[in-house]
Design a protein around this ligand. Structure first.
Ligand SMILES: Cc1ncc(COP(=O)(O)O)c(C=O)c1O
Length: 399
């Protein structure tokens, strides 16, 4: 926090007090007991910083909710949104439109081969909801297996509460089974090496599958890198083993890349480093740095084909909203033209004005911790660039 001012932004404490008063009078906040809340009114943001109404500047270390992967107010993305506003602000999902088509094409280009179709949602939770629904309808099975340590979103009851026939093919509020993922620091398996942890965690998963009944399991849903539950990097071989179990038992593998995707782990998709190809990929946050609410599911050709002649019983008023899609297109183009994923994120560079990289650094730090010991002379990074060894300092601090 400092006392800098955003160019052109004049501090206005009186307006700040009004904004605070309106919020306290009428806004009901997420995940909170309401009475004691004192939300900080934010006046403006740019790059890695935001400003309050008193003119104080804050470095946005958390990238809001780990989503402003290209920083705030990137001029090319805000310009693309403005251009889309001028052209076509909204259009129902049943129509084709340029922004949606361009966004879907960009996403399919980033995805592994054989994943050509995109279903757009409003955010990450409904991306997972719809991925689960696709897996259930594709397999004809119900159960979904996921880690005890995981977060996949804040929906689930809405469609079951629905009163009209759209509910009938979607009443799936049962059938969730949890299991332990690998986590060497608090190993559930008494493992002492990453290899042991990986192997034992896979044995555990296979036992869960067998005791639950493989024919009852539609999907394994995993964050590639567990995010809010701890920034947990899967040990070598674990995700490849999950992929193999899913294939063997006919289970759909859903990779939740909502938080760890779009450069956050140094790749467009974090699973790339684990040599696996999921059946469904869910995305949101970094796909457009959160400038307009959006998420979605990237669908394998095999699962997409299930719905070639059979109705997919799901939809959203704002699926593929033009403003959201225009912001995805511009964000991906900016990330490519500024080489954000390949160079900036992958090298673990320290943050500068436009790079809001702290959480991403935390992930890279964990990735590095799983990497071979560094010489102490050069920074371990994908580019092999030499520099001061920040990793050794970080490793010493590690519990
Ligand atoms: C891994 C993961 N999946 C899903 C979600 C839910 O996304 P949203 O809040 O956009 O619904 C989150 C949100 O933090 C997340 O971290």
């Amino acid at each position: 926090m400092g006392d800098f001012q955003l160019d052109g932004h004049v501090p206005d404490p009186k307006r700040g007090a009004e904004v605070f008063a309106m919020d306290r009078a009428h806004v009901f906040h997420s995940w909170s007991a309401q009475k004691a809340l004192k939300p900080l009114p934010i006046a403006a943001a740019e790059g890695s910083y935001f400003w309050d109404y008193d003119g104080n500047r804050y470095l946005d270390f958390s990238c809001q909710l780990v989503n402003t992967n290209i920083g705030h107010q990137h001029p090319k993305v805000t310009a693309a949104i403005a251009a889309q506003v001028a052209k076509l602000t909204t259009i129902a999902p049943q129509h084709a439109n340029e922004a949606r088509g361009e966004a879907a094409t960009r996403l399919a280009e980033l995805a592994p081969d054989g994943m050509e179709k995109i279903f757009f949602t409003n955010g990450g939770a409904d991306a997972n909801e719809n991925a689960i629904r696709m897996a259930r309808l594709h397999t004809g099975r119900t159960k979904v297996l996921s880690f005890y340590r995981s977060y996949h979103g804040n929906t689930g009851a809405a469609i079951t509460s629905t009163g009209d026939p759209r509910r009938w093919p979607n009443e799936f509020a049962i059938g969730h089974v949890h299991f332990f993922g690998p986590y060497l620091y608090r190993s559930a398996f008494w493992a002492s090496t990453p290899e042991e942890e990986s192997q034992r965690a896979l044995q555990h998963l296979e036992q869960v599958i067998q005791f639950e009944g493989p024919d009852t399991i539609a999907a394994v849903l995993l964050e590639t890198i567990v995010g809010t539950a701890g920034v947990l990097i899967p040990p070598p071989g674990y995700l490849a083993g999950v992929r193999e179990l899913c294939t063997r038992y006919g289970i759909v593998y859903i990779a939740d890349e909502v938080m760890c995707g779009f450069g956050r782990a140094g790749r467009w998709f974090a699973f790339t480093d684990h040599g696996v190809v999921p059946d469904l990929i869910t995305f949101a946050k970094g796909s457009n740095s959160g400038y307009v609410p959006v998420g979605g599911v990237i669908i394998s050709d095999e699962i997409a084909a299930t719905f070639d002649d059979r109705v997919f019983p799901g939809g959203l008023t704002y699926s593929g909203h033009p403003l959201a899609c225009a912001s995805i297109v511009a964000t991906i183009d900016v990330m490519k033209s500024e080489d954000i994923v390949a160079t900036r994120f992958a090298s673990g560079r320290r943050c500068s004005d436009r790079d809001c990289v702290t959480w991403q650094n935390a992930i890279q730090w964990s990735v590095r911790s799983a990497a071979p010991p560094c010489s102490g002379r050069s920074t371990w990074c994908r580019t092999g660039r030499r520099g001061r060894c920040s990793r050794r300092t970080a490793a010493r601090r590690r519990p």
